[in-house]
Design a protein around this ligand. Structure first.
Ligand code: DGL
Length: 270
């Protein structure tokens, strides 16, 4: 039994790690499209085509349920894939909604009309494609009123993390936070709207200051998946083992993943 977890590269491992800890008896197949990362500088059609290919590969592995642990794919592809119709018995879930439900203090599936919430000024950090899609603002508007969102497209951060250049990633995060604070000097909350960014969460928090509450997706997605699987136990899928697939250079990706998760991770060719 396995659930698929997909990202353009290494960022989805932050989600994989949290869901694997939360659901130790569920197997997961991870697919990193490292050969084509970053997605954040691609156009929506391109991201859709790459996401479709990755998701079908995970369906072939017996994963009836696939988590798009990538905001860029969730923003550009999820709605179009769902509207286009999925094969019988297959499901694809994104990572936005758990984050926005946490921000707006809602329980899963609470579809009541939008209402006022505690946070008023929210900083969103995401890839250029996710920011351009305005998908966060759209999902937020379904649930909350009176929230001012300032978005910062964090060019270069995903590339630096994929290259293992954490000094560059650190400098870029600080400069993107500075740019955001010039537009919104006192955010109440910050959303890390890219699954690579939890790897830099301490830097975001330090640069933003302790007064800003930083929301990151991994733990929230894990809770939401646990809840989903209780309601849909048949969606655990038909795969038999946990494994890690990459379109990139498997030994190189394995080394970076091992360093990030601080446990041995071995990728194989997708
Ligand atoms: N982890 C992906 C996300 O959440 C990164 C996208 C990219 O490859 O630029 O958006």
């Amino acid at each position: 039994m396995a659930v698929g977890v997909f990202d353009s590269g290494l960022g989805g491992l932050t989600v994989l790690d949290a869901v694997a800890k939360r659901l130790p008896d569920v197997d997961f197949v991870y697919y990193g499209d490292n050969a084509n990362a970053p997605y954040g500088v691609r156009d929506a059609d391109d991201v859709l085509a790459l996401t479709r290919a990755a998701v079908s590969r995970l369906w072939d592995e017996g994963c009836d349920l696939v988590i798009l642990a990538c905001n860029t794919a969730s923003a550009a592809a999820l709605r179009r894939m769902q509207e286009g119709g999925l094969p019988e018995g297959k499901r694809v879930l994104g990572v936005f909604v758990p984050l926005i439900e946490a921000l707006t203090e809602r329980d899963w599936g609470d579809n009541s009309p939008p209402r006022e919430v505690d946070v008023k000024h929210v900083a969103l950090f995401a890839t250029p494609a996710t920011v351009a899609s305005r998908a966060f603002q759209r999902e937020l508007a379904f649930r909350a009123i009176g929230v001012d969102v300032e978005a910062q497209a964090c060019g270069g951060v995903v590339d630096a993390i994929e290259d293992g250049d954490m000094i560059l990633a650190d400098a870029l995060v600080r400069s993107h936070v500075d740019a955001l604070l010039r537009k919104m000097p006192e955010p109440d909350a910050a959303m890390l709207g890219c699954t690579h960014y939890p790897l830099m969460e301490e830097v975001f928090q330090e640069a933003l200051g302790t007064k800003v509450r930083v929301f990151s997706q991994a733990g929230l997605v894990a809770e939401s998946l646990a809840d989903y699987l209780i309601r849909h136990p048949n969606m655990r899928g038909g795969g038999a083992v946990s494994k890690f697939l990459t379109t990139g250079d498997a030994p190189k990706v394995s080394n970076r993943a091992t360093a990030f998760l601080r446990r041995k991770i071995i990728f194989e060719a997708a």
